[in-house]
Write a protein that binds this ligand. Structure first.
Ligand SMILES: *Cc1c(COP(=O)(O)O)cnc(C)c1O
Length: 400
C-alpha cells in the first residue's frame, strides 16, 4: 500500500481500509466452520462505514447490531433481514418496535425486563418476535477489563437459571418465538479455554432446554476473536471453530459467530502527519495532526498500536506521539522508539480498522477524518472529511 500517495491525495489525518484483507479474514473464519451450518454476522460496531458493511454483505455475511442505527446501516448496506441480529443491554421501545417490524433474524434479550418489553410490543403489533437470550456463563475471558463481558460482575446477559426461566416464559408466550441462544464473553480473546468452557456451559443449557421441548435453531457464540497488535499469540480460526463445534455433538444447530475486530482491525491504517517535535527536559514529544478524537484506543485502554515512520531510518529514541487535543490523555503512543522526524513526515498507525473511526468524536471541534477503501489496488473515498459546517449544522439554527 502506498501510504504517501494516499496521504497526499486525501490529506491527513486519514483512515485507510484494505478490503481485500477483510475478505481474507472473513474467508478464513468462514472456512473454519466448513461443513457445518454457520452464519458469520459481522459486528457492525467494529467499523460501521456503509461501504465496509456492504463489502461484508457481498461476501454473504450477516450483521450483529447494537442499536437500531446499526440495524438501519445493515439494511442500507444490503445485508438481508434474515441475517440481521439485534443485541445490546439497553434497547429502547422504539428500537424494539422497529426491529420487530423489520422482521430481522432475532433480537438478543439481555434481561427479564427486556423480555417483557419485547413481548408487550410484539403483542401491540400483532406479531411474534423471534428472540434469543444472552447467557452470561461467568467465565473469565482473560482480556482487558473494559472489554470483558462474560463475568457476572459485567452488565451483560443473564445467569443460566434466569435464562431458563426466560425461555420457558417465551415458549409459553404467543408473541415470542425463542429461536436462539447467545453468549459473548469478551473481546480481543487470545485464549481458547475460556471460549470452550463458555460454549460447553451454553451447550448444556441447550440440551436441558431440548428436554423440555424448547428446540433452538441458533447457537450464537458472539465475537471476540483476538488479533495481533504486537506480539500476542492469537487463536487459529480452525482451532476456534473446533473448540466450539466440539461442545455441540449431537445437536443439530446453526452456529452463529459475530466477529468484529478479527475481520477489520488489521485491515485498517490511520495516517497522520508530523507537525512538530519538541522536548520538555529529556522527554521527547512528536506532535501529529491525528488525535484521541480520531483514535481513542490508546487513551481509553492504553492500547498498543504499531507505528510505522514512512521512509524514515536512522537512530531512534523514545518519544510520545501526541495530538493537538487539550488533554494529557491525548496520545497515540507512549515511549515509542522513533527516528528523528520533521514537519510533514508521515506516520502510519497500524491495526486501526476496528474500534477506530467509529469511536471517534468531534471533541475540540475537530472534524472527523476521511475514510478510504483500497480494493484490488484501487483506492476510493468512502466517507468525506467532516467540515466546520458539518460540525455546527445542528446548532446554527438555534443561535439567537
Ligand atoms: C462487540 C460485540 C461483538 C464483536 O466483538 P469483537 O471483539 O470485535 O469480535 C460481537 N457481539 C456482541 C454482542 C458485541 O457486543
Amino acid at each position: 500500500m502506498n501510504f504517501k500517495e494516499l496521504a497526499n491525495k486525501y490529506q491527513t489525518p486519514l483512515y485507510v481500509y484494505d478490503l481485500d484483507y477483510m475478505t481474507k479474514q472473513y474467508e478464513a473464519l468462514k472456512g473454519a466452520f466448513r461443513g457445518r451450518k454457520a452464519l458469520l454476522a459481522y459486528a457492525v460496531k467494529a467499523n460501521s462505514n456503509l461501504s465496509v458493511v456492504r463489502h461484508f454483505a457481498k461476501l454473504g455475511a450477516g450483521a450483529d447490531c447494537v442499536s437500531i442505527g446499526e440495524v438501519r446501516r445493515a439494511f442500507l448496506a444490503g445485508i438481508p433481514k434474515y441475517k440481521i441480529i439485534f443485541s445490546g443491554v439497553g434497547k429502547g421501545d422504539d428500537e424494539i418496535r422497529e426491529a420487530i417490524e423489520r422482521d430481522i433474524l432475532y433480537i438478543n434479550l439481555e434481561s427479564d425486563g427486556e423480555l417483557e418489553r419485547v413481548e408487550m410490543i410484539a403483542k401491540e403489533l400483532g406479531a411474534q418476535a423471534r428472540i434469543s437470550i444472552r447467557v452470561n456463563p461467568n467465565i473469565d475471558p482473560k482480556t482487558h477489563p473494559y472489554i470483558s463481558t462474560g463475568l457476572h460482575a459485567n452488565k451483560f446477559g443473564v445467569d443460566i437459571n434466569t435464562a431458563k426461566r426466560m425461555y420457558i416464559r417465551a415458549k409459553n408466550s404467543q408473541h415470542l418465538d425463542p429461536v436462539g441462544i447467545h453468549s459473548h464473553i469478551g473481546s480481543q480473546l487470545t485464549e481458547l479455554d475460556p471460549i470452550r468452557e463458555a460454549s460447553e456451559i451454553v451447550a448444556d443449557l441447550v440440551r436441558s432446554l431440548q428436554a423440555i421441548d424448547i428446540d433452538l435453531k441458533f447457537f450464537d457464540v458472539g465475537g471476540g476473536l483476538g488479533i495481533k497488535y504486537k506480539d500476542e499469540t492469537t487463536i487459529d480460526p480452525y482451532d476456534y471453530a473446533q473448540a466450539i463445534l466440539g461442545t455441540l455433538t449431537g445437536l443439530d444447530i446453526t452456529v452463529v459467530g459475530e466477529p468484529g475486530r478479527y475481520l477489520t482491525a488489521n485491515a485498517g491504517y490511520f495516517l497522520t502527519k508530523v507537525m512538530y517535535e519538541k522536548k520538555n527536559d529529556d522527554k521527547r514529544f512528536v506532535i501529529v495532526d491525528g488525535a484521541m478524537n480520531d483514535l481513542i484506543r490508546p487513551s481509553l485502554y492504553n492500547a498498543y498500536h504499531y507505528v510505522e515512520a514512512v521512509d524514515k531510518e536512522g537512530e531512534t529514541s523514545r518519544a510520545d506521539i501526541v495530538g493537538p487535543v487539550c488533554e494529557s490523555g491525548d496520545f497515540l503512543a507512549k515511549d515509542y522508539e522513533l527516528p528523528a522526524l520533521e514537519h510533514d513526515d508521515l506516520l502510519v498507525i497500524h491495526s486501526a480498522g476496528a474500534y477506530g473511526f467509529g469511536m471517534g468524536s468531534n471533541y475540540n471541534t475537530r472534524g472527523r477524518s476521511a475514510e478510504v477503501a483500497v480494493e484490488e489496488g484501487q483506492d476510493r473515498l468512502i466517507r468525506r472529511r467532516e467540515t466546520f459546517e458539518d460540525l455546527i449544522a445542528l446548532e446554527k439554527e438555534f443561535l439567537d
